[in-house]
Design a binder for this molecule. Structure first.
Ligand code: IMP
Ligand code: MG
Length: 185
């Protein structure tokens, strides 16, 4: 491993900027329609969903309030730790609001299960989930996005806000990571 912890892996492009924009526009259209006349608060899960959130809310045609939570669940590298903690909580009162959680990727489903249960204690009028990507094959608990950009296989994703050991979040496209086999180079 080099100091960046990403040596020995290759990035393979999965979605172009145009494809991502089309997922985001489709989601924004549906959300604008469904939440018209409601009191929408989007709750973005940091850090991975920040780029998705910023593109999504700029395409909404309805008023929206924005809040953030930070959850510690993944540790570093490619394995989830199972135990989830909240390290930054919501600040906007959510009682009687229509809450939409914004997530980058659903994997085991545990992060969203934890956050949904926690936000429900704040008595919102509704809680739904909007995820950019979903790895359904990896689900460990029952969890489904109400709004989903695209399904992906069991691959490790980076780019468009999503990291590998804090790298690659800035990339405007979405990639998947594969190990380089030195014998084939
Ligand atoms: P879950 O709790 O297992 O569903 O994990 C969800 C969280 O793990 C997401 O918020 C992501 O931050 C992270 N995650 C899941 N899959 C990937 C991936 O392929 N690349 C980077 N992060 C991922
Ligand atoms: Mg992450």
């Amino acid at each position: 491993m080099n100091s960046e912890g990403t040596e020995g892996y290759r990035l393979n492009r999965l979605f172009t900027q145009e494809q991502i924009a089309s997922f985001v526009q489709g989601l924004a259209d549906r959300i604008s329609k469904d939440y018209s006349g409601k009191e929408l608060v989007v709750v973005c899960i940091l850090k991975g969903a920040f780029m998705f959130l910023s593109d999504l809310i700029r395409r909404l045609r309805i008023p929206v309030q924005v809040d953030f939570v930070r959850l510690a669940s993944y540790g570093s590298g490619m394995k989830t730790s199972g135990k989830i903690e909240i390290t930054k909580d919501v600040e906007i009162p959510l009682e009687k609001k229509d809450v939409l959680i914004i997530e980058d990727i659903i994997d085991s489903g545990r992060t969203l299960q934890f956050l949904k249960d926690r936000l429900a204690l704040l008595k919102p009028r509704s809680i739904k989930i909007c995820a950019l990507l979903d790895k359904k094959a990896r689900r460990e608990v029952e969890m489904e996005a109400d709004y989903l950009g695209a399904d992906v296989d069991d691959i490790f994703i980076v780019g468009y806000g999503i990291d590998f050991n804090e790298h690659y979040r800035h990339l405007p496209e979405i990639y998947y990571v594969t190990p380089i086999d030195p014998s084939k180079e």
